[in-house]
Structures are given as structure tokens and as C-alpha cells.
Design a protein. Structure first.
Length: 512
């Protein structure tokens, strides 16, 4: 079972003993383990584990610096690439230990921890593995405390336990302690007033889409982690995923119904609206409504398989002839976290805080695992009469493209030109005709002194536009190219080229 755990130790004996117990209890017979160390030498880790019967025949030890967890800088993209290489292939790891000593270095801050946690959650969900973050209590500080609150389950001497001090990611970065206290109290006493949903500070030209689903009435329900990017998935505490095919219904329709009701939020949807979306070719309305009732039942069973009478589901409600999706309090949405990370990155860009902008944008990029609701069949997502998905999908795809371009700009200003070019190439892969991506790549090539490559890049854009019958490059792109080549009034053009335009996204209206 996939899990994202944390382990706290106060002496080495406790550490190695608990690691050995986790290998024996969590690792499948064909699985391998990986230990990423930032405090001890790899040889020392191997020796200590072997004393507890854990040999390197089924595992490997890696230095944290090689995984992007250096003391001077945290590189989420490097960490993700490293772990993906361990988690895929015939000799893939099913259990990964990560020594978190790097997070206590003075060069790290809370933004690094949040970016790290987002990347780990994504990998756990994608590969179905167990990742254990290891903290030394002697290094306790603000970042270690944040890491403790970020994990839903903790390894103890008596086994893996639910963490009563866990906080959803939306609350972790809040300076106001009141919403956090309310969340904890609410898990103990359902009479406590529900916390108001944290909202991102307003920014000119930028709007964060906030879903407004109802909250499940049963406060004993554990929060969900809802992944809207890529394959739609819902995970409960402990890593257990919702299985959409619990009672034999059409899986694609069950997932589509969940996604549709999620987007509709507290407005809900009439039975006729849902039937029109899912069975618009049905010969009569009675047949489509009967199919709808079966699909609703299947969704209720998928979300709450232990409920004997699904008609009383706390998650899928029917009221005033409308269906509503109700989610547990404190549930996390990657789509909201993605937008908030983009907002923070944009705010840092405006202040020329390049390192902080890079960290925030890397968090956003780690969350974007594909287009919105990729698992929803196109015939439902692209249904023109109910534009509930397609416009939103293109909007978020555009935000992702801009985040790649701005990441490249932030990396360029930090002198990380190879990484900046890689980010530009990813942006061009998503949109080969993007003026923004071509401009940033030309700036980066110029900063690297690669004049020949700069000319090739501009010619590539010209050929691509001509092939697409879209004319010549934009005037701004042409002026930038000549300025970078040292032609014309260079200084003003270069000054403009290094300014970060605001990351904008139009406010979306989800009404039909």
C-alpha cells in the first residue's frame, strides 16, 4: 500500500531499528529499497542497516546532493527525476527513505518544505510506493515542525499511527494560527464552527479558481487528496485510493460524474443536466435517468464502500432535485494548490526574488501531472453545450506554460543557464509557436554567449510560423532578436527583456 510517512528519531539505534522494521513490514518480496542520506556517509548507512539484517542486495544508498537535496539549494525537478529513475523499471524501489537533515540547514525555509512535500505526494500517488521522511529530533526547528504537520501518518515504536497534528496544505502556509486551531478542534468536537476556507490574497489581473463543494456532514471522515491533473484520483489518509469500479458501473461515467459535480461545486446539477452530459444520445429521458440513478449509486459506493445504505451517502447528496458532491473538511485539491503556487511565484517575480520564485514555480510544475481531468473521455469533456471542462483545461494548460517560461527566467537570473534552457524546451514542447518561450530561450542563449544557437532559434521560429501559415514573428520578438544580436538600440530592448510580465489568468465563470 502506498504511503507518505514521517519518522522521528532521537538516537541512531532507534533510527536503524525502525528502518529495518519498515523494510520487513512494508517492502514486497520483489521490491527494493532506497535510502537517500544527507547526514551520514552512504557506507555508514549500509553498515548500520546490515547490522539489523538489511543488506544492499535488495537496496541502494544515495547521497542527498545527487538527488537535488543539497544544503545550499533544493531542486525539486532533480529530486523528482532521481526518484522516478528509482521507482520505474524492473528493479524499481517500493520503499524510499529520505533523510531530512538537509531541511534544517540555514539556507532552507518553509517554501522548500512545501515544494518538497508536494513533489513527494505526487510520486507516492503516481507510483504507489511508500516514502518515509526521516527527521532527527535534535535538529528541531521551524522547518522540522512544518514537516511534522505535513504528514498524515507517523512511524512510531508501536507501528504506523495517524498524526493528530496533521494540517492540510492549504493551512500549512497560513500565518494566522486561528484556522489551524479550528481545524484541530473540529476533529475533536463537531460543535466547533467550521474554519473559513483560506484564500489567496488578491492580485491585479490574477484570479485563483476556488471550488466550492459542500463539506461532508460527518466530521469523522478523513480528508481526501483530490488529483485533478492527469488521471483523476482520490486518495484517503494512508494512501488508499478510491476505486471507481466498485459495483460494476461504467468507470468512465462514474469518474466523469465525480469531476462534473466537483466543478459545479455548491451549485450542484439537475438530474436532466447530468443525463444530457452522459447520455445525450439516449432514445428517451426515462432510460437516461435510470442509467443516471445507477451511476450515482456506483459513485456513492466508490466513495464510501463500507456504507450499507448508499442512499444516505454523506458524499453524494440529492436535495431540491439537484445532486451535490460533499467532500471531507480539510481535503486538498491539486488544482487549487497549483494556482496558489503560481500566484506566489508571480509575486516573487514582480519583486525580482528569483530564488523564491523558482521554488514556488517548481512546486506548481510538480503538481501539474497532465491536463485537467485527462481520464475523462473527450466526448464528455468537450461537450459544447456544457463547457464545464474544456475552457478550464486550456486555461490551466496556459498557466502551466507560463510557469515553465517564468521558471526559465528565474533560473537565468540565478545563472543556472542549462536548467533554464531545459525549462524553455519543455515550454516549447507544450507550445512550439509560443512567443514567450522563444523569447526566453533567445535571452538565455544570449546570456550563455551562444550566438549561433541564438540565430538558429530565431530562424526555427520563422520556419515554424511559415509552415503553420501564421506569418512572421511578432514585432516584439523580432526587436528582441536584433537587440540581443547587438543591432539597433540595444540597451532599452535588453532592459525590457529582463522585466517579468505579470502572470495573468482570466477569471473563469463555470456557469453553463
Amino acid at each position: 500500500m502506498s504511503q507518505h510517512l514521517c519518522l522521528f528519531y532521537h538516537d541512531e539505534r532507534t533510527l536503524w531499528q525502525q528502518c529495518a522494521e519498515l523494510v520487513l513490514s512494508c517492502l514486497p518480496s520483489t521490491g527494493r529499497w532506497t535510502y537517500i542520506t544527507s547526514r551520514y556517509a552512504p557506507s555508514a548507512v549500509s553498515a548500520r542497516l546490515s547490522e539489523h539484517g538489511i543488506t544492499r542486495q535488495r537496496g541502494a544508498v544515495m547521497d542527498a546532493g545527487d538527488a537535488g537535496l543539497g544544503h545550499q539549494s533544493f531542486q525539486a525537478s532533480c529530486l523528482v527525476r532521481t526518484l522516478e529513475s528509482c521507482l520505474s523499471g524492473p528493479a524499481s524501489s517500493a520503499l524510499v527513505f529520505i533523510d531530512m537533515a538537509w531541511s534544517s540547514h540555514p539556507g532552507q525555509d518553509s517554501a522548500d518544505i512545501l515544494t518538497y512535500e508536494a513533489a513527494i505526494e505526487t510520486l507516492v500517488s503516481r507510483y504507489g510506493v511508500t516514502i518515509v521522511c526521516i527527521f532527527d529530533t535534535a535538529l528541531a526547528g521551524a522547518t522540522v515542525e512544518l514537516g511534522f504537520h505535513a504528514h498524515q501518518r507517523v512511524c512510531t515504536a508501536h507501528g504506523v499511527r495517524a498524526n493528530p497534528h496533521y494540517l492540510p496544505r492549504a493551512l500549512l502556509d497560513q500565518g494566522d494560527p486561528r484556522p489551524k486551531l479550528t481545524y484541530w478542534l473540529r476533529r475533536l468536537d463537531d460543535e466547533v464552527a467550521p474554519p473559513s476556507k483560506p484564500r489567496v490574497r488578491p492580485s491585479a489581473g490574477y484570479s485563483v479558481l476556488s471550488f466550492a463543494p459542500l463539506l461532508a456532514s460527518d466530521d469523522r471522515t478523513e480528508p481526501w487528496m483530490i488529483s485533478c491533473f492527469g488521471a483523476l484520483s482520490v486518495r484517503r489518509v494512508g494512501g488508499a485510493c478510491v476505486h471507481w469500479d466498485q459495483c460494476g458501473g461504467a468507470t468512465s461515467k462514474v469518474k466523469t460524474l465525480f469531476a462534473y459535480l466537483l466543478v459545479r461545486g455548491d451549485r450542484g446539477a439537475m438530474a436532466e443536466e447530468i443525463a444530457d452530459l452522459l447520455w445525450r444520445d439516449a432514445s428517451d429521458s426515462k432510460q437516461s435517468l435510470n442509467r443516471l440513478y445507477h451511476t450515482v449509486r456506483c459513485l456513492r459506493v466508490a466513495l464510501d464502500p463500507e456504507q450499507a445504505d448508499n442512499r444516505h451517502s454523506v458524499y453524494v447528496r440529492h436535495d431540491a432535485q439537484r445532486y451535490f458532491l460533499a467532500v471531507p473538511s480539510g481535503s486538498q485539491f491539486d488544482i487549487v494548490d497549483f494556482q496558489e503556487a503560481c500566484y506566489r511565484g508571480n509575486e516573487h517575480m514582480q519583486r525580482s526574488q528569483w530564488h523564491a520564485a523558482d521554488r514556488a514555480l517548481q512546486q506548481a510544475l510538480a503538481l501539474y501531472q497532465g491536463d485537467l481531468f485527462e481520464g475523462v473521455p473527450s466526448k464528455y469533456a468537450e461537450y459544447g453545450e456544457q463547457d464545464w471542462c474544456l475552457s478550464l483545461r486550456y486555461w490551466l494548460r496556459d498557466m502551466h506554460h507560463k510557469a515553465l517560461c517564468y521558471t526559465a527566467q528565474a533560473l537565468r537570473h540565478q545563472g543556472q543557464l542549462a536548467e533554464a534552457l531545459a525549462s524553455c524546451d519543455l515550454a516549447l514542447k507544450s507550445d512550439p509557436l509560443s512567443d514567450m518561450a522563444h523569447q526566453e530561450k533567445m535571452r538565455t542563449l544570449a546570456a550563455a554567449g551562444r550566438d549561433d544557437a541564438l540565430h538558429r532559434q530565431y530562424k526555427l521560429l520563422c520556419r515554424s510560423l511559415a509552415h503553420a501559415e501564421m506569418g512572421a514573428p511578432a514585432d516584439e520578438t523580432t526587436r528582441l532578436f536584433h537587440a540581443l544580436c547587438g543591432e539597433g538600440d540595444v540597451a532599452p530592448a535588453l532592459a525590457r527583456s529582463f522585466d517579468a510580465p505579470p502572470m495573468t489568468a482570466r477569471t473563469m465563470r463555470l456557469e453553463n
